[in-house]
Design a protein around this ligand. Structure first.
Ligand SMILES: Nc1nc2c(ncn2[C@@H]2O[C@H](COP(=O)(O)OP(=O)(O)OP(=O)(O)O)[C@@H](O)[C@H]2O)c(=O)[nH]1
Ligand SMILES: [Mg+2]
Length: 446
């Protein structure tokens, strides 16, 4: 899809609807010609902004800035003209239509990045990381993707594997194609080492990518019996009166979630219906949902009323969650406290007086921090790469089963699949189809 269009000049609005300035990008051999037609200006200076008028025929439709870059010194490596127009709404859309009328075609998602890769302005993994820089809403993921996009150290580990797989691929192909003429046998010991090393390297990147995914979707669930103060704590932690608080046990019937922010971390925080034997069918459904949440939570905040003795329901909650990451918290410490040996060492808070909340927040952040991926290890930023990595790992295992056998054609098949898979993962894409899959997941205008 992208390859069929490489000779066309593409254009797109690069800023979101609602922005006060709309940036329209044009890239390709006709970029300056189109810009001249629109502005009635003969020439443009490289890397220099100019104040221009845009004409539709003789009618002035815009006064704006144009910024131009000569090939190959632009983002895409082609001639690029950028109009900075008023807004990213109707005005920008009309100018975009005018650009199309004058010879450009609307860009596909990620097509500017695709051309940048094709013209060796950046690698595929840099382009993927850059897309995450653009879309990430999490400070940590932004930092990680910046590093990958601007310091170019993401998949070096995988790139280093390519020459050895290429060697085995060439050798196995020769053995299959010219069985009588090839004297060298495949060194299965050496191949086994390569399989093991590839497995280790890909697994490391895969595990770090999963850790990042988990970190970005970190789930904290507040659980406890009715009336212990779950919704009060939830409201304090998110900094707004979102959940209803009342002195009636069973007030929260369904769970609610909001984003929790603290010390540069963020997580999804959920207030749940109190766990107990339900009085009604509606409450029973809420309680069932709370139990399901318990499984999904990366961190559970188990809340107890510190002024009351523990009962069987409290003990049941403690038992049920003993294998999970959890913080045991005693609320209502403004009341005289009951000595519950099972709650020894619990964090003591009072939602009413705001006591102990800072300590609890510190402990929550410590837990989120523990789940952080390794900043010095590569990550796969696209789902396509993550799936591909799993496929290659499976093929490595399958190839192992044939080592030492005389089934050379099957061995060649797996070597070839693994070789291409690792090249794709390392950004040395092996087919046009792969380009389409990768860049199709990008933003429009990038
Ligand atoms: N004294 C005191 N009362 C509190 C404290 N925290 C919450 N409460 C009160 O306890 C009652 C129950 O609070 P909620 O936050 O609604 O409790 P909950 O656990 O969400 O209750 P359900 O939704 O019924 O499961 C309300 O009257 C709160 O004002 C506290 O630290 N001290
Ligand atoms: Mg509640």
């Amino acid at each position: 899809m992208y390859f069929d269009r490489i000779n066309s000049t593409i254009c797109a609005l690069a800023t979101a609807k609602g922005s006060s300035i709309g940036i329209i990008r044009i890239s390709g051999s006709k970029a300056f010609e189109i810009a001249s037609k629109l502005t009635h200006k003969d020439s443009f200076k490289h890397k220099t902004a100019a104040f221009v008028k845009i004409y539709d025929g003789e009618k002035t439709i815009e006064k704006c800035l144009i910024l131009t870059f000569n090939a190959p010194f632009s983002f895409t490596g082609e001639n690029v003209a950028e109009f900075h127009v008023h807004g990213a709404a109707e005005n920008a859309e009309e100018i975009l239509k005018l650009i199309v009328k004058n010879g450009a075609i609307p860009a596909l998602k990620g097509e500017f990045s695709f051309r940048a890769v094709l013209n060796s302005k950046m690698s595929v993994d840099e382009a993927l990381a850059l897309n995450t820089v653009i879309t990430s809403e999490n400070p940590y993921a932004t930092d990680l993707s910046r590093k990958a996009a601007f310091e170019n150290n993401t998949v070096d580990r995988l790139k280093n594997l390519i020459p050895q797989w290429e060697y085995f691929h060439t050798l196995a192909t020769a053995v299959v194609d010219f069985p009588d003429q090839v004297s060298t046998d495949i060194d299965f010991e050496k191949l086994k080492d390569l399989i093991n090393r590839s497995n280790l390297d890909i697994s490391k990147v895969s595990a770090n990518s999963k850790a990042l995914e988990k970190f970005l979707g970190y789930q904290i669930i507040i659980l406890g019996k009715p009336n212990v103060g779950k919704s009060s704590l939830f409201n304090i932690l998110i900094g707004q009166e979102r959940a209803i608080v009342a002195d009636i046990p069973g007030t929260t019937r369904d769970y609610i979630s909001e984003t929790f922010y603290a010390k540069g971390f963020q997580a999804n925080l959920t207030d749940s219906a109190g766990l107990r034997i339900a009085d009604s069918e509606v409450e029973a459904k809420g309680i069932e949902k709370s139990r399901n949440l318990l499984e999904k939570g990366d961190l559970l905040i188990l809340l107890f009323d510190g002024s009351k003795p523990l009962d069987e329901e409290d003990r049941e909650i403690l038992r049920e969650t003993c294998m999970k990451s959890r913080l045991i918290v005693k609320n209502k410490c403004d009341f005289p406290q009951f000595e519950n040996p099972e709650l020894e060492g619990a964090i003591e808070i009072s939602c009413k007086e705001g006591r102990g909340i800072d300590i609890l927040v510190d402990r929550i952040c410590e837990n989120i921090e523990k789940s952080m991926p390794d900043k010095n290890e590569a990550v796969f930023f696209s789902d396509w790469q993550k799936r591909k990595a799993e496929e290659v790992l499976e093929k490595l295992e399958e190839l192992k089963l044939y080592l030492g056998s005389d089934q050379i054609e099957i061995i060649l098949f797996f070597i070839s699949e693994i070789f291409n898979g690792i090249r794709d993962l390392a950004g040395d894409l092996t087919s046009h189809d792969v380009y389409d899959k990768i860049f199709g997941g990008f933003c429009l205008g990038k």
